[in-house]
Design a protein around this ligand. Structure first.
Ligand code: NDP
Length: 273
């Protein structure tokens, strides 16, 4: 069975390492490839991979919205997010799903956050923010979005039919007042990017901070949260959480629970640092 991840650039993707480790531990003979695809070649490449016998493809930046448009059928989550990170090739066409939603849910479960305890703050309004906004909205928690471009955040909320208060980065302190959960879905804090500078001192004890960034694993935001004694979750929890259902969809069985996949990814990140 063949599967892979399509993106541009895709060299940095940790998915092949994860999937291969699970394949080996499951004793399966499948393969999982890294497929570099420029935006103007995406549709043609998907068609070629389908003809070549691939079971399906994970989709990453910048193709997640285009992926949805290629699907004959889409999960409710993919439709709600307006984006898909998983395409499955079946006899009746292409089925799209968004397992980033599962990844966000896994990270939030690890954070101990419970909807209903207070406002949740989502920082960012790009592709990664979509799954988080979907999960937060479904939880019923009041949502505040902080984004450099308020217009982009307003557009995201509108396009997803969600409810959220919108703040700019210059107004972050007001948004964070009393929040029980903070999610960073911007690229700030990534290696080579500026830090995400928001004050966490207005968060109550017991609040949780989840940073989607995983290179580095300990971002300045998570360092600040730990120094304040807040609960923290790093980006690997989401990365692993979104990959598990994809593995099962591609290879027909759950990813082996015993694989030390986090340790493997941490070692790979350490090597790259
Ligand atoms: P996008 O390019 O779609 O969005 C980028 C976001 O970051 C926007 O909100 C943008 O604000 C903001 N941003 C970027 N640069 C700056 C800056 N200099 N100052 C202020 N804001 C800035 O990227 P994605 O949403 O796809 O990815 C965001 C992050 O999430 C990345 O670090 C990515 O690695 C991570 N990610 C992690 C996953 C995981 O499994 N852990 C899965 C997917 C993504 P604006 O709208 O104003 O431009």
């Amino acid at each position: 069975m063949k599967a892979g991840v399509a993106g541009w650039p895709v060299d940095h993707s940790l998915s092949p390492l994860m999937m291969q480790a699970w394949l080996t531990d499951a004793g399966l003979a499948g393969s999982y490839d890294r497929i570099g695809v420029q935006p103007d070649a995406f549709a043609a490449t998907i068609s070629r991979l389908r003809d070549a016998g691939y079971r399906g493809i994970n989709v990453t930046l910048p193709h997640k919205q285009a992926a949805l448009t290629l699907a004959d059928e889409a999960s409710e989550g993919a439709r709600a997010c307006g984006a898909a990170n998983l395409l499955l090739f079946g006899p009746d066409g292409i089925v799209a799903d968004n397992t980033d939603i599962v990844g966000v849910e896994a990270a939030l479960a690890e954070s101990g956050w419970q909807a209903g305890v207070g406002p949740a703050v989502l920082i960012g309004a790009g592709g990664a923010a979509r799954a988080a906004l979907h999960v937060l909205n479904a939880s019923g928690a009041p949502v505040r979005i902080i984004n450099r471009s308020r217009d982009r955040a307003a557009g995201l909320v509108r396009s997803m039919g969600c409810a959220a208060e919108i703040y700019g980065l210059d107004d972050a302190a007001a948004a964070l007042e009393g929040a029980r959960l903070v999610i960073n879905a911007t690229s700030l804090g990534m290696k080579g990017q500026p830090e995400l500078c928001v004050p966490l001192d207005a968060l109550p004890p017991g609040a949780a901070v989840f940073d989607m960034v995983y290179a580095p694993l300990e971002t300045p935001l998570l360092r600040q949260a730990r120094a304040r004694g807040l609960r923290t979750v790093d980006g690997l929890s989401m990365l692993i959480g979104q990959a598990r259902p994809a593995f099962e969809a591609f290879f027909g069985q759950p990813a082996p629970a015993g694989t030390q996949v986090r340790a493997l990814l941490e070692a790979a990140l350490e090597e790259r640092a």
